[in-house]
Each structure stands twice: as structure tokens, then as C-alpha cells.
Design a protein around this ligand. Structure first.
Ligand SMILES: Nc1ncnc2c1ncn2[C@@H]1O[C@H](COP(=O)(O)OP(=O)(O)O)[C@@H](O)[C@H]1O
Ligand SMILES: [Mg+2]
Length: 300
């Protein structure tokens, strides 16, 4: 895939493409190459007489079976992009297509996993997963089978009768993941799904997600403010600028799976991490005065 607007940056970092309307890519008619396709997406929110543009000319495509990450500072519009793709938020300008179809509202083909697990506290693990399947027109036996399968995939069969308050945060996120995956959506959107978890649990679940993607043909978009996470999981990383939110650069991740602790210790990994950090801070400093430090960046 070629991308437009490349600068000398691309020469220094062969996997990196950026430009003025960067992230812009040549149009390709093959739906498998443009499984998710955002063109010129813009969104402005208005409060009383004040309006604020949060997304401006957002362009990117994701291939079928690809796992991409969107990285950006808190408030730059990452969640809004996912909501636009999921049909929950209508953009003011531009178009969003998934698998060749215009997105005009929520679709059964698209699943969302949130940072807040959003489990129903009065339902057990099994009932929460079954609840996710409620709206699908499938025989009850098939739903039960899928529920059982996904409880086993995420290692929760023994906990099927437990309620959310009886589970750790990591287990609750596994239920949430299973609830979305059991619907077998062809596109899975994840909005900082590991943000609330401790480092060990986060790493474990990240590996689970990699495994799920290696097993089946699924397309995924992960939103995160954690650069390492994007490099551990994604095939490509879209780096966002803020105020208004744009795709400032697209980074190809050159590592094969498994991406383990040994990879994290390599110079190549550190270099990629520093490079994305540099892209983020350069873009942010052009457009914003409030994000200056790593701790600010990781604030939300
Ligand atoms: N429904 C809404 N109404 C008004 N402003 C919103 C709404 N949703 C998001 N915003 C604002 O848009 C900006 C981007 O939000 P969001 O997409 O949640 O960013 P991120 O996920 O990158 O933190 C934020 O400043 C947020 O306050
Ligand atoms: Mg968000």
C-alpha cells in the first residue's frame, strides 16, 4: 500500500509515512484492502455558542484481517473515531465504510470492547455473555454453545456462575471480551480495554488478544495511549495529533509475533517506541499547549 504526502521522515524511518493530510492513502477498490475506510471524516461539537472541532479530515484504511492501533493523547478524539466507525456518532463531513457498506448506525458485524467493562452486576458471567447474544437471531442452543466456547477461550468456565463483584478486574475484562467476541463480529473495536488493569494482567490479556487474532480472520482497531501496547499488538499504528484530531502519521510495525519480553528489551523496539513518542510530541506541540510531559500523555 502506498501513502501520499511522505516526507524525508520516511527515509529515516522506512516504516513511517506522514504528511500534511497524512494517513491519507491511495484509494483502492478491493474491499479486502479497504475493509474499514474513513475518508475526510470531520466532527465538531457545539456547546451553546461555543463549538470545537474534534476531528478534521481523518483518513485511513484497515485491511481485512489486519490489527491496527490508534495512538494519541487524552482528548485527541480516539474514542470519537471508534464511535464514528461503530455508527454511534454521525460525522459532519466525510464517509465511513466497513466491508464496502456505508455506516449509518450500529451494525451486528462490529463489536466494541470498552475500558469500563460494562457488565451487568446482577447477572453471572454466563448470563452476561448470553445477554450479549440476546439480539442475535440464532437458535438458543447455538448461543449456549458459543457462550460455553468463549468462556473456555478466556478461561472462565469455572467462574460461569459468579457475579462481576466476585471477579478481579482482569477477569471482568475477560468476560467483557468474551461477550463481544461471542457475537463473532468481523470487526472488533477496542477502546483502551486494558487501561484499568495492573501491568501483569494487562500483559496477559494483550497476549490473549494476539492469540485470538492469530486464530481467526478478524479485523481489529485498538485505541490506546500506550505506545508499547500498540507496538506489541498492532500491524500498523496510526499516530494522532490533537486539536483538532487528525492522523498525523502511519507507522508500520516490523515485528513478527510472538512479541514477547525479549523483543521489548531490544534496541529496535526502543527505537520504534521513541520514534512514535517523537511523532506524538511533535504533532502535539504544533497544535496544543497543554500536553508537555509523558505523565500528562498518560493521564487519560
Ligand atoms: N458528545 C460529546 N459532546 C461534546 N464534546 C464531546 C463529546 N464527546 C467527546 N467530546 C469531546 O471531544 C474531545 C475528544 O474526545 P474523545 O474522542 O473521547 O477523546 P479521546 O478518546 O482521545 O480521549 C474531548 O475534548 C471531549 O471532551
Ligand atoms: Mg477515549
Amino acid at each position: 500500500m502506498t501513502e501520499v504526502g511522505q516526507t524525508s521522515d520516511s527515509a529515516a524511518h522506512p516504516g513511517v509515512h506522514r504528511g500534511p493530510t497524512a494517513g491519507g492513502e491511495t484509494q483502492d477498490e478491493d474491499p479486502a484492502l479497504n475493509y474499514v475506510e474513513l475518508r475526510g471524516v470531520g466532527k465538531t461539537f457545539t456547546h451553546g455558542r461555543q463549538s470545537r472541532q474534534i476531528l478534521d479530515d481523518v483518513n485511513f484504511t484497515v485491511r481485512e484481517g489486519e490489527f491496527c492501533a490508534i495512538v494519541g493523547a487524552s482528548g485527541c478524539g480516539k474514542s470519537s473515531i471508534l464511535r464514528v466507525i461503530d455508527g454511534l456518532l454521525q460525522p459532519d463531513t466525510g464517509s465511513v465504510r466497513v466491508n464496502g457498506r456505508d455506516i449509518t448506525g450500529p451494525s451486528e458485524d462490529i463489536g466494541l470492547v470498552f475500558q469500563q467493562f460494562n457488565l451487568l452486576p446482577w447477572k453471572t458471567v454466563q448470563q452476561n455473555i448470553m445477554f450479549g447474544l440476546d439480539s442475535l437471531k440464532l437458535p438458543k442452543a447455538v448461543k449456549r454453545e458459543r457462550c460455553q466456547h468463549w468462556m473456555s477461550v478466556v478461561g472462565l468456565v469455572e467462574w460461569s456462575g459468579h457475579y462481576p463483584h466476585q471477579l478481579s478486574g482482569g477477569m471482568q475484562q475477560r468476560v467483557s471480551l468474551a461477550r463481544t467476541m461471542a457475537r463473532e463480529p468481523s470487526l472488533v473495536l477496542m477502546d483502551e480495554p486494558f487501561g484499568a488493569l495492573d501491568a501483569l494482567t494487562r500483559r496477559f490479556l494483550q497476549q490473549e488478544v494476539v492469540r485470538l487474532w492469530q486464530e481467526g480472520k478478524r479485523t481489529g482497531i485498538l485505541v490506546t495511549h500506550d505506545i508499547e501496547e500498540s507496538l506489541l499488538l498492532a500491524d500498523r499504528v496510526f499516530v494522532m495529533s490533537a486539536n483538532p484530531g487528525r492522523i498525523a502519521a502511519t507507522v508500520e510495525v516490523p515485528f513478527t509475533h510472538p512479541r514477547d519480553d525479549a523483543l521489548q528489551a531490544t534496541a529496535e523496539f526502543s527505537e520504534m517506541k521513541e520514534h512514535i513518542w517523537h511523532l506524538l510530541t511533535t504533532e502535539i506541540s504544533k497544535t496544543s499547549s497543554y500536553v508537555r510531559t509523558r505523565s500528562d500523555m498518560h493521564a487519560g
